[in-house]
Structures are given as C-alpha cells and as structure tokens.
Design a protein around this ligand. Structure first.
Ligand SMILES: O=C(O)C(O)[C@@H](O)[C@H](O)[C@H](O)COP(=O)(O)O
Length: 267
C-alpha cells in the first residue's frame, strides 16, 4: 500500500478548518460502514479545536453516527479535571458535548487531581490502550490521528531533542519540563501515532513555516518531531498559506492548492 506525505494548502485559517471538517465528515461514515466503528485521536491546540468547532458547525455533522466513534487524545496537559486548558475539556466544548457520543468510547487521560501520579497516569492510559487493542496488540487500530505542530516542530507532547520523541518501547509517556506550558503533560509516543491508518496534521500561521518546511524536506525527527510522522496509508499536512511559505512546491498537492472548503474529497 502506498504511503503518501503531502501538504494541502488552504488560503485562510477558517477555510482550512472548514475543509478538514468537511473531509472528516465525508470520511468517517465510510469507515463506520466498513468497520462498524471509527477510532479517532484528537489533539490539543488552536487548529485542533478550530476543526472540531467546524465539524460541529457543519450541516453534515449528523451524517456521522457519533455513538460509534471512539475518541482518544494524542496528548493531555496535566491539569485538574474541568480545567479549561485541558485538551479533553476543549474538545468536549467544541464538539463532544454537542453530539451523541457513547461515554464508554471516550478515553480522556487522568486529571492531575485524580489522586494518581503523572507516571501512574501514563501507565493507566497505556493499559487502557491495551484493553482496547486490536487483536493482541498494545493499542487500538486508529483510523485518523489529528495533530497540531508547534513552531519548534513538536507534535502531541513530543518535543525536539527530548527523550520522549526517541521512545520506542512505551506507548504513553509522562512529560516533565515541557517547553510549552503546562510543565507536565502526558503523550502518546511516535510509534503509536504512526500506527494510525491516516495522520492529519493541521497547521496554520507564519510561525509554523520553518518547522513545516523542515518537516516536509525530511529533517531528522529528533530535531523536528513532525518529520517523523508516517501513517500507515497517508500523512497529510493541512496547512494555511502562511504556514506553507517554506514548503517545496513539489510537495504541495497541486489539485488542492488554494481550493475552497468545497474542494473534491479524497476517499
Ligand atoms: O496540547 C497541546 O498543546 C498540543 O497537543 C500541541 O502538540 C499542539 O497541538 C501544538 O502545540 C500546536 O498548537 P497550536 O495549534 O495551538 O499552535
């Protein structure tokens, strides 16, 4: 099976969010029709939330049977339950609170006030992944992993030149001294992220242009974590024109450059 990496450019952030939402709402019913469920990994960050808000605002929102969607998170900020800076809280506010999800299919990380240590929370999430693993594996079969990319090229809570990005054994890590607040976080590791059929990174803003250019030019993932992204089938970077400024033309999907949210969809 081919493994593609390409950038799909939209002119503005709202166009970008709408286009990714449209693609998601078109793709997920097909996944559910084929497998009776869909398994999605959500991300923190502004574009991740913007996409969820666009999904919620779309007239196609109810084309998805949300009770058959499994939700996981790529990373979480180690904050108390209900804290507005938690990724799960933001995702619920943007989408999950507005659709009929099955609570048993929603898998947030533990909160910092749950009475467990950061390391125990990482271990617990690893165990939860294993409990829902495909066959006897260590984690579920992910259909779509959403990610944001930081200006330094970080993905989830895997930061440049930290041991987390080089972790190959564990599925979930505790992160301390995070360069992006808060200080402590939980994150899936790259091997788990890359196990997904599709990786959809959504990236906007001129502060991301250098990281994105290096990512697509094939930098080392130790220095630019996003460069290590390689989903099983497709790794797509949905970007706005500001973020795309340093992406080589040859890596921009010509069919989708500057297209509107009504662009043709990929199946
Ligand atoms: O919890 C988080 O902070 C993240 O999951 C992180 O990896 C984020 O996705 C990027 O930093 C991009 O964030 P922005 O889209 O806000 O720049």
């Amino acid at each position: 099976m081919s493994n593609e990496r390409r950038a799909i450019v939209h002119s503005t952030k709202p166009e970008l969010a709408k286009a990714v939402a449209k693609r998601f709402l078109s793709k997920v019913p097909h996944i559910i029709a084929e497998f009776d469920e869909a398994t999605v990994v959500l991300t923190g960050g502004t574009m991740g939330q913007a996409v969820l808000e666009a999904i919620n605002g779309s007239p196609k929102r109810d084309a998805v049977d949300w009770s058959l969607v499994n939700f996981w998170w790529g990373d979480e900020r180690w904050l108390p339950a209900g804290d507005p800076e938690r990724n799960d809280v933001q995702a619920r506010k943007a989408l999950l609170d507005h659709v009929s999800v099955d609570a048993a299919r929603v898998h947030p990380y533990a909160a910092s006030d749950a009475g467990v240590s950061l390391d125990d929370a990482a271990e617990a999430y690893s165990q939860e992944l294993a409990n829902h693993a495909a066959r006897s594996g260590k984690y579920p079969n992910f259909d779509i992993v959403f990610l944001g990319v930081g200006p330094d090229g970080h993905i989830a809570s895997l930061f440049p030149e930290r041991e987390g990005i080089r972790e190959t054994e564990r599925t979930v890590i505790a992160v301390r001294n995070s360069p992006k607040p808060p200080n402590e976080r939980l994150s899936l590791t790259l091997r788990v992220i890359n196990s997904s059929v599709r990786i959809w990174a959504v990236v906007a803003g001129s502060d991301k242009a250098s990281a994105l250019g290096l990512t697509l030019a094939g930098a080392s993932y130790n220095e630019v974590p996003a460069a290590g992204l390689e989903g099983r089938r497709k790794t797509l970077f949905f970007v706005d024109s500001d973020a795309a400024a340093q992406v080589p033309d040859s890596l921009i999907d010509p069919g989708e450059f500057w297209t509107s949210a009504d662009s043709t969809d990929e199946h």
